[in-house]
Design a protein. Structure first.
Length: 239
């Protein structure tokens, strides 16, 4: 039997809690360190972005991979300028990257209260991508895990993953919504499988996730997470 309750499939990083700001802060520190080595900081940022975008489809989203990308960026900058990298600088670069390995969980505004309210009358599922151990640690530290009927941690999000989740939990596509900040990983996969798409833009998005929305007319855009309560009011608030 297909459930008649609204089901919300929620993204985690930069939807429920801060994530990219820690990577941005590490990138800022890395660019400043490269400037002290005589490299143009903007060139360092662009090289890092290029290396990340090339490696993510192969190696995934582990924070340890981000550390590796910083080191590879430094090595490439040195190679392009014709001199070998210095081991002590590599160690400093690794230390900068390590800041993102286990950052503190800072819930976004209104998330705790909204999740508590929605859990009383919606089926809530978490769908997040990345290193299973790292993402599970974030979920546990967030204090939100009890609100979810199921937690799915996957290497990559796409239409086939969403389709499998719908089938596994016997969800009605007409009453199921994907909620997230990423056009690439949240909005477009939802549109592809015919479920509702709710976009909550993040104030400092990762460029890798910022792709054109496939069908903007079918997307509900909210300015903050708490606005979900207006979109899906509880039974006691329904006329």
């Amino acid at each position: 039997m297909v459930t008649k309750r609204i089901a919300l499939i929620l993204d985690a990083d930069d939807t429920l809690w801060e994530n990219n700001i820690f990577y941005e802060e590490a990138t800022d520190a890395f660019a400043e360190r490269m400037a002290r080595e005589g490299f143009d900081p903007q060139r360092a940022r662009e090289t890092l972005a290029h290396i990340e975008h090339e490696r993510v489809p192969i190696y995934g989203y582990s924070p340890h991979e981000f550390v590796r990308c910083l080191v590879l960026t430094y090595r490439q900058l040195c190679q392009e300028d014709g001199h070998p990298p210095h081991p002590e600088v590599e160690r400093e670069v690794e230390a900068i990257g390590q800041r993102v390995v286990e950052y503190p969980i800072l819930l976004l505004d209104g998330v705790a209260e909204t999740m508590a309210a929605l859990s009383r009358y919606c089926r809530l599922f978490l769908l997040t991508k990345g290193d299973p151990e790292v993402q599970q640690s974030k979920v546990e530290r967030s204090g939100l895990s009890s609100y979810f009927e199921a937690i799915h941690i996957v290497p990559e999000k796409g239409p086939e993953v969403l389709q499998g989740l719908l089938a596994h939990h016997n969800l009605d596509p007409q009453r199921t919504w994907m909620v997230g900040n990423s056009p690439r990983s949240d909005v477009n996969p939802a549109l592809a499988v015919g479920i509702g798409a709710i976009h909550i833009p993040y104030h400092r998005p990762w460029s890798f996730e910022e792709v054109p929305v496939a069908d903007p007319e079918r997307v509900v855009t909210l300015s903050r997470f708490a606005d979900l309560l207006h979109l899906f009011p509880g039974p006691e608030e329904t006329p």
